[in-house]
Design a binder for this molecule. Structure first.
Ligand code: SF4
Ligand code: SF4
Length: 221
C-alpha cells in the first residue's frame, strides 16, 4: 500500500476494533452456544449433529476469515480494496507466526443421515477465540445469524434502519466499501455514522438488559 493509502487500512482496523467489544459483550454467548442457537432455526432438525471429536467452531470454518466480499455493493465495489487485503494478509501472517497454535479439525455425525463429517477450523481460530483482533475479515464482523438478528430487532423495537438489512448488519459492508474506494473526508463521515449507530444499538442492548436485571441476551431469548 502506498504511504498515501495507509489511512485506508487504519480506517479498516478502526471499524473492526470498534465492533469487537460489541460482539464480545452482547453476542459472544450466542456463538459459545452455537448449536442451541441453530436449534431455534426452522431447519434445525435437518442441521442437528452430534459432535464426536474436537471443538465445534460455529461460523469459524476454514476460509471464512479470508472472504473479502462486500455483499450488496455495486460490482466495482463488491470486494474490499486489493491494497487493504494485501496489507491485512501481511499483518495476519506476522501475527500467526507469533501465536502458539491455530486452526485444527473436528468431526460430527449428522442426525438426518448418520453420516460422519470432518471439518476444519479457520486458521485463526484458537481455544481462546479468534487470534486476529482488529485484523478480522469483513464477513467475521458482518455476519449475524437469523436468531441473533431477530433478538437484536426485538431489543430495538424492530428498528431495521438501526440493525441494517439482512445482508448488511449495521451497514458495515457499505462502510467498508466507502473505506476502500472513497476519499478521506467521506471515510471520516462514514466512520462517525457507524460509531453512532453502534453506540445506539449498544445503548438499546444495555437498557434492555438493565430493565430486566439480566446479564445476557442469549439467556433471555
Ligand atoms: S453467528 Fe450464529 S451460527 Fe454463527 S457461530 Fe454465532 S451463534 Fe453460531
Ligand atoms: S478470522 Fe476469526 S472470527 Fe473470522 S472466521 Fe476466523 S476465527 Fe472466526
Amino acid at each position: 500500500m502506498s504511504v498515501n493509502n495507509e489511512w485506508r487500512l487504519a480506517a479498516y482496523k478502526e471499524v473492526v476494533g470498534c465492533l469487537n467489544p460489541f460482539f464480545f459483550t452482547y453476542l459472544g454467548d450466542y456463538c459459545r452456544n452455537c448449536q442451541q442457537v441453530i436449534g431455534r432455526l426452522p431447519e434445525a432438525i435437518e442441521e442437528s449433529i452430534d459432535l464426536l471429536e474436537g471443538v465445534y467452531p460455529g461460523c469459524c470454518h476454514r476460509g471464512a476469515g479470508d472472504i473479502f466480499r462486500l455483499e450488496g455493493e455495486s460490482s466495482e465495489r463488491a470486494c474490499l480494496a486489493p491494497e487493504i487485503i494485501t496489507e491485512l494478509q501481511l499483518e495476519r501472517k506476522h501475527k500467526l507466526e507469533q501465536s502458539i497454535s491455530s486452526g485444527g479439525s473436528y468431526t460430527f455425525r449428522r442426525h438426518r443421515d448418520g453420516v460422519q463429517v470432518k471439518g476444519a477450523h479457520c486458521l485463526y481460530f484458537s481455544a481462546k477465540g479468534c487470534l486476529l483482533g482488529d485484523l478480522k475479515g469483513p464477513l467475521c464482523i458482518n455476519f449475524i445469524c437469523p436468531p441473533m438478528r431477530s433478538d437484536l430487532l426485538a431489543v430495538c423495537g424492530g428498528d431495521h434502519s438501526l440493525v441494517g438489512p439482512e445482508h448488511d448488519f449495521l451497514f458495515i459492508y457499505r462502510c467498508l466499501a466507502t473505506i476502500s474506494y472513497d476519499d478521506q473526508d467521506e471515510v471520516a463521515r462514514e466512520l462517525s455514522t457507524l460509531r453512532q449507530r453502534l453506540r445506539a444499538l449498544a445503548d438499546k442492548c444495555r437498557v434492555f438488559l438493565a430493565k430486566r436485571q439480566i446479564q445476557s441476551l442469549y439467556d433471555f431469548f
